[in-house]
Design a protein around this ligand. Sequence first.
Ligand code: BDP
Length: 712
Amino acid sequence: MSNTLKRGLFACLLASVATPALAEDGYDLWLRYHPLATSGVIDAATVAVLGDTPTLKVAGQEVQRGLAGLSAHHVQFGTAIRSGGVVLALATEPRLQALGLKTDALGSEGYLVRSVDLDGRRVTLVTANSDHGVLYGAFALLRWVQTGHPVSAANLTSTPHIALRVLDHWDNLDGTVERGYSGQSLWDWWTLPDYRDPRYTDYARANASIGINGSVLNNVNAKAESLTPFYIAKAAALADIFRPYGIKVYLSARFSAPIELGGLKTADPLDPAVAAWWRAKADEIYRAIPDFGGFLVKANSEGQPGPQDYHRTHAYGANMLAAAVAPHKGIVMWRAFVYAQENAEDRAKQAYDDFHPLDGKFASNVIVQVKNGAIDFQPREPFHPLFGGMPKTPLMMEFQITKEYLGQATHLAYLGPLFEETLRADTLAQGTGSTVARVVDGTLDHHALTGMAGVANIGRDRDWSGSTFNQANWYAFGRFAWNPDDTSDAIARDWAAMTFDPAPATVAPVVRMMAGSREAVVDYMTPLGLAHVMATGHHYGPGPWISDLKRPEWNPYYYHRTTRDAIGVERGPKGNAATAQYAPALARQLADPKTTPERDLLWFHRVPWTYRLRSGETLWQGMVGRYDRGVAAVADMRADWDALRPRIDPTRYAKTESFLGIQQREAAWWRDASLAYWMSVNGLPLPAGVRPPAHDLDWYKAQKFPYAPGNP
Ligand code: BDP
């Protein structure tokens, strides 16, 4: 058979596999590997792997699969080096020595991809100091091709800036997912460890493709049972599947497990029997999972047990667990998301108050995990004052990929700009340039233990994340965790090219939709620094009027305190002085509403409705304008998507189209409900020409959603 004939047959075969309805339901994420329209991009017909480890093997298979799909050509896989082929090898591979490649700077996970002469043949080499590095290089090469570049022109080198790049799954043992909007938990705890759903491997592939190297399997609101032999065996099965992909498994640990599982009378971290229980538990886990990553802990927050129950600090709790995993080189990720009902202090100040005094008191294998903002994953929050405020302690970033407060599954809100804005924010802790990124990548305070966690948006929906565009948030998280200096725009472009196709006529409008989408959500939900005005519990939809719940901070009213004359919480020196938690140079800027970034105005300040914005409008006028701008932005996204119809496959097109319809309706609902409420308090008329809310306030208040998802 001639080569052309073979290729033709292969293409037909591909086409016939590509026709069933399932082929374009989003399952393939950004790893679709559909034939590229541009010819000549893929000149490689062989993939050779030199060396024999499970990771090298999956890396080679991935390149073969990718290039075959993208070219609709047969691609051979083996060990023979052929001209024009791709070769994957460790930098220590003897046949590479003559090349004199400089790979020291690649560290243990970086990669190098470039054209070289090997055994007299011109090949594209993917190499690294570890097989995981080779795997990352393999995916980098595929991305290069998927975004429309020729294999042989690849000249790529990159090293991750952050060591722990972790997804936190808030998955419960009963299969529900806290704040999960993409179906049941991906982990079928019941059929594990026997049934190893091939989907677990696809999950690992997707993560490896963006450099994620850790997965916390269970909810931070943890059940002690996750630490029983029954569930450890299940976690071990997942760890086995993930291992070739460089992904370590971690577990959320319930602090009171020694009582619940061990029958002890206390979980006091200073009680020797408690420490011994945890040591034995860690030993048991490491027998089943030799490369177990360690524990994630939510303690003394929202009703979870913790060391403060025994009048011990967070450091005592964290260090006791750290000692248990230290002999196995494990780590503890201890969360700083704490606030207590008994504490009358502003919720936004409590985490700093608790943790700042503990700076330097944590064991060397503890990293404190801090949410991006001081309240809770809002559409916009200023960066958390702990960043820059605990120089002696490694701090890891916690972002929320699942959009609990940004329209959940259905609203299109690309989080790249949110991640970027937080990482670029300057703490001024050690002069200009002390950005949050420099804190998190360890360079500001010289920490080697560094990390970024993302609360996953992954479930058992066919498209994993509830919508095609939600996949971009998983993708962007991984890219920023690899390189916090990346840009949300460049990441969106890559994602769009890989997820749809690399033609500019597709990529440009998709990126435009993504670029403004998060700001649109801010505008129609929480303009000008408002926060936490979502209905209580499920956080779906507006509820700024809610003020009758037992705990003050459960009430949206607590976060804006609107009266006839003014709105916002005064956190400057004339108020509760939360601004003083920032470095002095920044605290000075934030002390005065006039020098506070307007986007954070009502976060830091309480101002009259008549306050003049920089535009010259009053606060009220500016606020109304922002609600309208947000709603209009959704209409623009819909128009962009409508125009993309001929360029997108029907199944994915239709789902996004219908979700944009939901978003437009709900954006208007947010605007109308919010305006109706603010007007009921401030008594102000709408500026001339502005559309009044569709219903009266009572109508909005009467909307109830007892079964909204993600609120188990
Ligand atoms: C909030 C969620 C809650 C989580 C909590 C946390 O509403 O479900 O348990 O954060 O991060 O955003 O622990």
